[in-house]
Design a protein around this ligand. Structure first.
Ligand code: C2E
Ligand code: MG
Ligand code: MG
Length: 254
């Protein structure tokens, strides 16, 4: 399909787009944060989702440049929304880069975004690939004031060990649990995850909220923030400007 060269050239040619998906308070009344999600505006194939090129970028090392480019763009865009936090996904491969923490600090500093408003979304393999090194990187990141969220919580092998060992601010409950809450088993698991996270002082975001029922359930179960198509798909920065300026509830935006 695509080669790493295509992707590198695309980054240099400015073909990466960053979309933003709102995260709302559990009652759905207010956007408090957005997650940056990368797209490739391919001249022939149109707007490609990360599934089409992030795995290739990870296999070939291009993810380092890709990650830096998304981070830079996200920090600059986020300065337009002084009341919002901004979540940026980090690949385990970026975490393995010895210069990661230093480059992160430099990019955020140059952008002028306060460190406290940035939340990095990591996955558990970022930690378990090399726990000793990850500990150092995470500690440095937190010293700067940047927050850490554990993405796709519950889908890996070591979710509980992560809670024990990682300096986290938040977990994001994976969509696969949310979509099953009409079944007793998933509902019980979601309840237990939220209770556990809250007991150790973590914030909880539920991903993939598509229905009113799911919102009601997650709100009652104690999730702090909700994200999903019920409110909005990922949208360009200009749409976020409009949503923030509007008095209308955020519902079904795309
Ligand atoms: P993620 O970080 O867990 O992001 C959430 C994904 O779920 C996004 O897909 C989002 O569009 C989708 N989503 C949100 N709400 C709903 C919903 O209600 N229903 C459904 N069906 N889906 C929903 P997207 O944008 O295709 O991203 C997929 C994954 O690609 C992300 O999962 C993340 O792991 C990765 N990714 C995205 N951007 C970046 C990036 O800049 N860097 C890195 N390393 N990975 C990225
Ligand atoms: Mg994420
Ligand atoms: Mg996720």
């Amino acid at each position: 399909m695509y080669s790493s060269n295509d992707l590198r050239e695309a980054i240099e040619a400015g073909q990466l787009r960053v979309l933003y998906q709102p995260q709302l308070t559990a009652d759905g009344s207010k956007i408090v944060s957005v997650e940056a999600l990368v797209r490739w505006a391919h001249p022939v194939h149109g707007l490609l989702g990360p599934g089409h090129f992030v795995p290739l970028a990870e296999k070939t090392g291009v993810i380092i440049e890709l990650g830096e480019s998304v981070l830079r763009q996200a920090c600059l865009d986020a300065k337009r929304w002084p009341d919002l936090n901004i979540g940026v996904n980090v690949s385990p491969l970026q975490f393995r880069d010895p210069a990661y923490a230093e480059k992160l600090e430099q990019i955020v500093r140059e952008s002028g975004l306060p460190f406290e408003r940035l939340e990095l979304e990591i996955v558990e393999s970022s930690y378990f690939d090399d726990p000793e090194k990850a500990d150092k990187v995470l500690r440095r990141i937190r010293e700067l004031g940047i927050k850490i969220a554990l993405d796709d919580f519950g889908t890996g092998y070591s979710s509980l060990s992560c809670l024990l060992r990682l300096p986290l601010d938040r977990i994001k409950i994976d969509r696969s649990f949310v979509s099953g809450i009409d079944k007793v088993r998933s509902a019980s698991i979601v309840h237990a995850i939220i209770a556990l996270a809250r007991a150790i002082g973590l914030k909880v975001t539920a991903e993939g909220i598509e229905t009113e029922e799911q919102q009601k359930f997650l709100r009652a179960a104690g999730a702090h923030l909700l994200q999903g198509f019920l409110f909005s798909t990922p949208v360009p920065a200009e749409r976020i400007d409009l949503l923030l300026a509007s008095a209308q509830p955020v519902r079904g935006i795309s």
